[in-house]
Design a binder for this molecule. Structure first.
Ligand code: ASP
Length: 311
């Protein structure tokens, strides 16, 4: 088994040093490393996503590569992973790993996460699962996973659906496959893209002032995601402005600021009448990823709602 490792390291470590620091990694796979970019993942942006996705697309085409491991900071791995899952056409395993503790910490988790990540990548049953994250012995589909705690090693959870599996000292157990569209069944691609449409997220709260909605539209947002209260709600004033924005051709997705749950279409808000999209299971950050890619295909609200139901 030959696994390719292309990292987005958040610190100052070179990927070759990271690989060399993990005992017995070479017993699992022949691993070669490549540094695509070296940034804290809080600095992740559309340009890096496009660069990483297009390099990943090349790497997975190589007959000599059986799987890819991507090292990534934990702050935005849930967004990068979902983006890559939507645009990378391959059955080969793509595993994202990170660490909650720095390499200098007592009981640093990076080495064991990398070891488990490689074990997951080479495990029977990994093919066709799309992009997964492996941290703290848990495997999660990138589509489902969210970071839930600022500093704990037990932070990554698939809040609505549960994990994809577990990997303990390299012993891998897979649970149910991801039935949502992704990878080879996804209609999205980064081919020919040099930028992504601007999509802004606006956070709802008691007394939400709608001015930021107008500001985002004025600044050129083609899509808006509202991190709504409860089931994707917002003040009447904000609802009036997003309705106006939708009428003007900006695609508006109602997501939720809550940690889990589904935003239901036409439940508390009449989406049909107002021309809005309900995010279903996707949190605001993931909704933004899907909406950006959706807008590379269409501005049709009904079609985009179908995408939010299917991806
Ligand atoms: N802020 C860092 C990052 O996401 C935290 C980490 O290293 O995981 O890049």
């Amino acid at each position: 088994m030959h696994a390719e490792c292309c990292p987005v390291a958040s610190g100052s470590f070179d990927i070759k040093d990271l690989i060399a620091a993990v005992p017995n990694l070479d017993k699992l796979a022949v691993i070669s490393g490549e540094q695509v970019v070296n940034i804290g993942s809080q600095d992740m942006n559309d340009a890096v996503w496009l660069k990483l996705a297009s390099r990943l697309g090349e790497v997975v085409k190589s007959p000599g590569t059986d799987a890819v491991i991507i090292t990534h900071g934990t702050d935005t791995v849930e967004e990068t992973g979902y983006f890559l899952d939507l645009v990378t056409k391959t059955e080969k395993p793509i595993v994202m790993v990170g660490s909650m503790r720095p390499a200098t910490a007592i009981s640093a988790d990076g080495p064991s996460n990398l070891y488990n990540g490689v074990a997951v990548a080479v495990s029977p049953g990994a093919r066709g699962r799309g992009v997964v994250t492996v941290l703290n012995d848990q495997i999660d589909y990138a589509r489902n996973v969210v970071k839930t705690n600022t500093t704990d090693v037990e932070t990554f959870r698939s809040v609505n659906r549960g994990p994809a599996g577990v990997s303990n000292t390299g012993v891998v157990t897979w649970f149910a496959p991801l039935e949502k569209k992704h990878g080879t069944s996804s209609e999205f691609s980064v081919d020919g893209l040099t930028s992504l449409p601007r999509v802004d997220i606006i956070y709802a709260h008691a007394g939400m002032n709608p001015d930021l909605i107008d500001a985002a539209v004025k600044l050129g947002a083609k899509g808006l995601v509202i991190a709504g209260v409860g089931d994707g709600n917002m003040t009447d004033a904000a609802l009036a402005r997003v309705t106006a924005a939708a009428k003007a051709g900006v695609v508006v997705v109602r997501s939720t600021r809550l940690a889990s749950g589904i935003v239901y279409r036409n439940n508390e808000v009449d989406d049909d009448k107002l021309g809005l999209v309900a995010s279903a299971e996707l949190n605001p950050a993931k909704s933004r990823v899907l909406l950006m890619l959706a807008l590379t295909r269409t501005r049709d609200v009904a079609r985009i709602q179908t995408m939010f139901n299917e991806y």
